[in-house]
Design a protein around this ligand. Structure first.
Ligand code: ATP
Ligand code: MG
Length: 560
């Protein structure tokens, strides 16, 4: 595996990588094998940014070692699955840029083999049918100084074999019997105190229908799924660390074709949001958001609709790294990673969110000029676009004040301001309605400043964006803020619903945008100059443009 080692050496080290490298160097069970990982989502919801971390680690680690990664639906639990989610999961992983080729599996495909492995354990005297109810089992689990108890532990192998078969045939009610691994009732690790490995569950499964009424527990099923697929490294989150001895026990005691190694890493949490599928589902089902792909959701489809790019998310996952301690990453760091990408790649355009008309009184009424401006100063190869200019343009209403305020360099009577890429104009006043609201602003332009430069070198402090009022498109713009006001809405005994931010969505319906965006379709990211990064929303139509603000321009992330 010398080539694989070389491939990995180039990459920055992390502990998972080091473990894998050690395994390769040692040979043994890994001799002659490609690094083989898997991503095992439970198809009971849409993927979120936490899953993206796991995906980047599972697929990324395989990539680094020139190995392969399987996609496996972890559908051993019949109660929660939904076929709807499977396609969405595939779409999200592809979108991130990862590939499982034809290695797409369902854990439920192994039900028959799992059953056979359970029988093998019984025959070896390593599993028994227990008749304690869930309540009795809980009452008999013991504590640190007292071992657990099961009166059925020493029942003869033949009896367990017969009862297990009858369990499978549906002869017993739910909760009446379980199959337990016979390990150690006194273990300091409660997962090893004769854990249940099969339970009766009379629920139809989305793939196997009513074929089964007994289902394997995760801790028994997962190592088997891994081994059957020939996985070498089973990467999972930290909560499975205490389950690893059981994982290894299962592999050691049944006749499987491979010996996968489980390695755990920290779960990703991000502040001002929640990350469990159950909670995300609640937000959707109770109507707090418009759907799984609401742009405020931490789901991958939500982030995609918000304007996040695959590169920004992969970069984020790369930068947060892989560690052994759970931590909460700031949302602003995710935004920072998006800004980084869009700053280099998004096309610049001008859009006015809260328009007021600026009339350039000394500019000819019938005249229109065009300006060639760069699409992206950071990417000259993206070329130019044409914008038009005429006597009336829209500016942001907040870019005009009737009276000068200290530090304010934009429009107020007497002040010179640069209309970005066009002309320097001098504000001469405004018009107000009967309520005293400003309805129009007036200015005079200096024809010698075409392009925005002052040939005499005089200083013009303010530069504002604008849109030609004689040549523009109308747009709706949706501004988003944190979905939760509390940075950690689901810690302790908090009910996260209590912390939903009532101002997390603000809709502006009277925005004016330059014509160059005509015909744009998803996915399309823009920088609206001076305002932030925006993208076309999926609800947008050529007749009614809708943009989402992905992230503002100002970087709220401070390096610690
Ligand atoms: P949730 O609590 O969100 O439902 P889960 O762990 O039940 O999460 P799965 O579908 O079982 O969701 O997860 C698939 C894989 O993604 C698992 O290997 C899991 O460890 C990993 N994963 C899930 N959430 C995170 C997270 N926040 N950070 C890192 N990895 C995660
Ligand atoms: Mg899970």
């Amino acid at each position: 595996m010398a080539e694989e080692i070389k491939a990995a050496e180039n990459a920055a080290g992390n502990f998972i990588e080091n473990f894998i490298r050690e395994d390769i160097a040692e040979g043994g069970a890994y001799e002659g094998k490609k690094v083989h990982t898997r991503f095992p989502p439970e198809p009971n919801g849409y993927l979120h940014i936490g899953h993206a971390k796991a995906i980047c680690i599972d697929f990324g680690m395989a990539e680094k070692f020139n190995g392969i990664c399987n996609l496996r639906m972890d559908d051993t639990n019949p109660t929660k699955e939904d076929v709807e989610y499977i396609d969405a999961i595939k779409e999200d992983i592809k979108w991130l840029g990862f590939n499982w080729d034809n290695r797409f599996y369902f854990a439920s495909d192994y039900f028959e083999q799992m059953y056979e492995f359970a029988v093998e354990l019984i025959k070896k005297g390593l599993a028994y049918v227990c008749e304690l109810t869930p309540e009795e089992m809980r009452a008999n689990r013991g504590d640190l100084t007292t071992p657990a108890v099961s009166p059925y532990r020493d029942r003869p192998v033949e009896e367990s074999l017969e009862l297990f078969e009858r369990m499978k045939n549906g002869e017993f009610d739910e909760g009446k019997m379980t199959l337990r691994a016979k390990i150690d009732l006194a273990s300091g690790n409660f997962n090893m105190r004769d854990p249940v490995i099969y339970r009766i569950n009379k629920i139809a499964h989305h793939r196997t229908g009513n074929e089964w009424c007994i289902y394997p527990m995760y801790d028994f099923a997962h190592p088997i799924e891994d081994a059957v697929e020939g996985i070498t490294h089973s990467l999972c989150t930290l909560e499975f660390e205490a389950h690893r001895p059981l994982y290894d026990w299962v592999i050691a005691n049944i006749t499987v074709p491979a010996k996968p190694r489980q390695i755990e890493f920290a779960r990703l949490g991000i502040n001002h949001t929640v990350m469990s599928k159950r909670k995300l589902r609640q937000l959707v089902e109770d109507g707090y958001v418009s759907g799984w792909d609401d742009p405020r959701m931490p789901t991958l489809c939500g982030l995609r609709r918000r304007g996040y790019t695959p590169a920004s998310i992969r970069n984020f996952c790369e930068k947060i790294g892989v560690s052994k301690t759970n931590s909460v990453v700031e949302y602003s760091f995710l935004e920072h990673c998006l800004r980084d990408d869009l700053n280099n790649n998004a096309k610049r355009v001008m859009c006015v969110l809260n328009p007021i008309k600026l009339v350039i009184t000394n500019y000819p009424a019938e005249k229109t000029e065009t300006f060639e401006v760069e699409n992206n100063p950071n990417k000259p190869e993206d070329g130019n676009r044409t914008i038009t200019f005429s006597r009336e343009v829209f500016i942001e209403s907040e870019d005009f004040l009737e009276e000068k305020v200290k530090g304010y360099n934009r429009f107020y009577p007497g002040n010179e301001v640069r209309l970005k890429s066009a002309y320097v104009v001098k504000c001469t006043g405004c018009k107000k309605d009967e309520n005293g609201n400003v309805t129009e602003v007036y200015a005079e332009y200096d024809p010698a400043t075409r392009g925005g430069d002052t040939p005499d070198g005089r200083k013009v402090r303010g530069t504002v964006h604008w849109v030609d009022a004689n040549n523009y498109l109308h747009a709706e713009v949706r501004l988003y803020d944190n979905l939760f006001t509390d940075p950690e809405p689901d810690t302790g005994d908090k009910n996260f619903i209590d912390y939903i931010n009532p101002d997390s969505l603000k809709i502006l319906t009277n925005c004016k945008i330059e014509k160059s965006v005509e015909g744009a379709v998803m996915p399309m990211n823009y920088q609206f100059m001076r305002l932030g990064y925006f993208c076309i929303d999926k609800d947008s139509t050529p007749q009614a443009l809708i943009f989402n603000r992905s992230v503002s321009l100002k970087d709220g992330f401070k390096k610690k």
